[in-house]
Design a protein. Structure first.
Length: 228
């Protein structure tokens, strides 16, 4: 019996995390029955887990009976953003100087990619202006594509995401700003899923091999230092 308790507790935690991920993957909301089917647990188990997650404000139930992410996730996200910014900034500075391009850290917010830290190169006269808080669909631009390639495959995902998984980075040109070229790599969390991406954006294409090497080093350095 003593040996079974930790295993049972770990299983409950695992189920709770999978429930939370399923809710996050369906912003339109999920009912208990559908959620139980997706996660592979009994409806009673799903209901109990949702109750616990609701108590911690990690999920909330709408008037339609469907469950969606709650404000507690936002609070956790804000803490993560602060940690990400502080950890990433020196590496972004090194990346900007090494590539002569604007370096940025981007996170996933719903179905959008949002930049939360930007460092411009000080060793070049002209560079791309890229502001903190810039938001765009996660399916467009190197920063968003890099986040997606670091996560579980989605039905109908872009070829650039699928191919990027084999290389570890994504590159794009002219998708967010005419002529601008970007390259980014995912920053993974403790569960192996990307929590952000780090990359550069330049006025035109840079050498891909050299740039990707610098970006991948920065992404790995940030990942190692994250308190996750």
């Amino acid at each position: 019996m003593p040996d079974d308790t930790p295993a049972a507790g770990a299983k409950t935690l695992d189920n709770g995390i999978r429930v939370l991920k399923a809710v996050a993957a369906h912003p339109q909301g999920l009912g208990v029955t559908e959620l139980a089917r997706l996660v592979g647990v009994h409806r009673t188990v799903a209901y109990r887990l949702l109750g616990t997650l609701t108590q911690h404000s990690l999920v909330s139930q709408g008037k339609d009976g469907h469950y969606r992410l709650g404000l507690g996730v936002v609070e956790l996200s804000m803490s993560l953003r602060s940690d990400l910014r502080s950890v990433a900034r020196p590496h972004l500075r090194d990346l900007a100087e090494a590539t002569g391009a604007t370096a940025h850290l981007t996170i996933l917010d719903g179905e959008d990619a949002v930049s939360i830290a930007v460092v411009e190169p000080g060793n070049v006269g002209v560079h791309v202006a890229y502001r903190v808080g810039f938001r765009h669909p996660v399916t467009v631009g190197a920063a968003g594509l890099a986040i997606l390639l670091g996560r579980s495959p989605r039905p109908g995902e872009r070829r650039a995401v699928t191919e990027g998984r084999g290389r570890g980075f994504a590159a794009s040109q002219g998708e967010l700003q005419s002529g601008a070229w970007g390259l980014a790599a995912p920053v993974s969390g403790a569960d192996g899923e990307s929590v952000a991406s780090v990359g550069v954006i330049a006025l035109g294409p840079l050498d891909e091999a050299t740039t990707s090497s610098s970006v991948l080093r920065a992404a790995e350095a940030i990942r190692r230092e994250l308190p996750l």
